[in-house]
Design a protein around this ligand. Structure first.
Ligand SMILES: [Zn+2]
Length: 479
């Protein structure tokens, strides 16, 4: 590392040294967020928001392609409405923000700033669903929600965050089950094929499921430090909310039936996942499919005659193939290299007088640092392929990392040893009793992440109590 690295790299704590500080440094140095004036709130800056927009746009496309319509529901929920479903209110009460006054006047009923919008959608459905012909009702909204968290971190846990929440109503339990699985598949596709983040897929335990749900499906990913991140959830409500909110329809025989509902969501947490799965000690590393800028041209010795002209014509040559930018500012090339590395731009294109003489450019990959010389006439075919190679490499690298950090435990000593020596996902058998789950958390701080769809029989007995095991569970310490 030469002199040019100093100014930037010194601002980032090495992840091996202090992962939490590394994360905070990257978030700040890559210009993604700033802190809001209220503790735990965040300002998502242009570079951060551009990434969120890329995620949002792809997800929105898939949500619409699966038959859903976008809507916008209110920010406030009357207290009485939130209280209609008992488990739901119990689950969210500790972290809701209350509105008690309108101007100078105390309100006759307190309002909740939505922590999630089930109550609002249920109220609407109870008034607007009458017949089987009204079903299914397939709604989604892009919005902000507020949860009064005690400890906060940008993207991972904040008082207010952005998300999408899907809310659907169906005639039968089976149709709602199909919907719940379908949306988990959409999330899996976006995470694995766009964000290059491999996920574990499964069901949450009763303890970890959404408050008021029949069951919750989840995708779980592993961060670089061996901690898990719940990355998207899809809930089947059965007819629990329908009974609490009296959402009924007349079936084909004219008989009154309760609807069956789902809800599903992903949040700006995904930006945290991107940072912690792919990032390194030089900053962000973005997968090409999600990177707002896929390649950046950096002219070398741009004061020399013809260099800038050539760089601009290069930009025009590839602008329809990749999302390209050029940095023709008067900062030094070294400074520009560091900056585009910090931002995670997948490919840097260098072009100087010598390259122009040889009719070539230099491509530098952000993920591996590898350099290659490419003739100008080959650039149009090479660039898109290089993007695919980087996308694929990031996924493979993350998958390998997860595999290296996934272990099997058959007793509690092994379980604790793994967490101490090589933390990550731990596969262990479980009897299904919540007491064992709670005991494991108490002793190790690891929580059940999911009961995977792909089951393996590791042992006959529960790792905690020794009774007959029901299922294999993935455990981990989590964000
Ligand atoms: Zn047990």
């Amino acid at each position: 590392m030469g002199k040019r690295n100093k100014q930037f790299v010194e601002k980032i704590t090495a992840m091996e040294e202090d992962f939490a500080q590394w994360y905070t440094d990257v978030v700040k140095q890559a210009n993604l967020v700033d802190y809001g004036p209220v503790r735990g709130t965040m300002i998502i800056k242009p570079d951060g928001f551009a990434i969120w927009e890329r995620i949002r746009d792809e997800l929105d496309r898939q949500i619409k392609a699966t038959g859903h319509s976008n809507v916008s529901f209110p920010l406030f929920i009357p207290e009485s409405l939130l209280q209609k479903e008992k488990d739901h209110v119990e689950g969210f009460a500790p972290e809701v923000a209350w509105v008690t006054h309108g101007g100078e006047n105390e309100l006759s009923e307190r309002l909740v700033v939505r922590p999630t919008s089930e109550a609002l959608f249920c109220e609407y459905y109870s008034k607007n669903i009458h017949s089987y012909r009204d079903l299914p009702m397939l709604y989604n909204q892009w919005s902000n929600v507020v949860r009064w968290e005690k400890t906060t971190r940008p993207f991972l846990r904040s008082l207010e965050f952005l998300w999408q929440e899907g809310h659907t109503a169906h005639a039968t339990y089976e149709e709602a089950a199909e919907e719940t699985a379908k949306m988990l598949n959409v999330y899996t596709d976006v995470l694995e094929n766009y964000l290059a983040i491999p996920v574990l897929r499964g069901r949450k335990t009763e303890k970890e499921k959404f408050a008021g749900a029949d069951y919750t499906l989840t995708i779980e990913s592993l961060m670089h430090d061996g901690k898990a991140l719940q990355s998207g959830t899809s809930h089947h409500f059965g007819s629990g909310f329908a009974q609490a909110f009296d959402i009924t329809y007349l079936d084909e025989n004219g008989e009154s039936q309760f609807v069956h509902q789902t809800s599903w969501g992903v949040t700006t947490r995904l930006l945290g996942a991107l940072i912690m799965v792919h990032g390194d000690n030089r900053g962000l590393v973005l997968p090409p499919k999600i990177a707002p800028t896929q390649a950046i041209i950096i002219p070398i010795a741009q004061h020399k005659e013809g260099v800038l002209d050539k760089a601009y014509s290069l930009r025009d040559q590839v602008k329809n193939l990749v999302r390209i930018e050029m940095d023709a500012s008067d900062k030094s090339p070294g400074w520009k290299f560091n900056e585009c590395e910090m931002k995670g731009i997948p490919v840097r294109i260098e072009m100087g007088p010598k390259d122009i003489e040889k009719n070539q450019v230099v491509l530098v990959r952000r993920d591996t640092g590898e350099k290659e010389f490419v003739a100008l006439q080959d650039l149009e075919s090479r660039l898109p392929i290089l993007m695919e190679e980087i996308q694929e490499n990031l996924f493979k690298r993350a998958l390998l990392h997860r595999e290296q950090k996934t272990a099997i435990a058959t007793n509690m000593d092994e379980f604790k040893q793994i967490l101490a020596e090589n933390p990550g996902f731990i596969k262990a058998m479980w009897c299904g009793d919540i007491h064992c789950e709670e005991k494991i958390k108490e002793e190790t701080q690891a929580t059940s992440r999911c009961i995977p769809f792909e089951q393996e029989k590791i042992a006959d007995t529960c790792i905690c109590c020794g009774n007959e095991a029901k299922e294999m569970v993935y455990w981990a310490k989590a964000y």
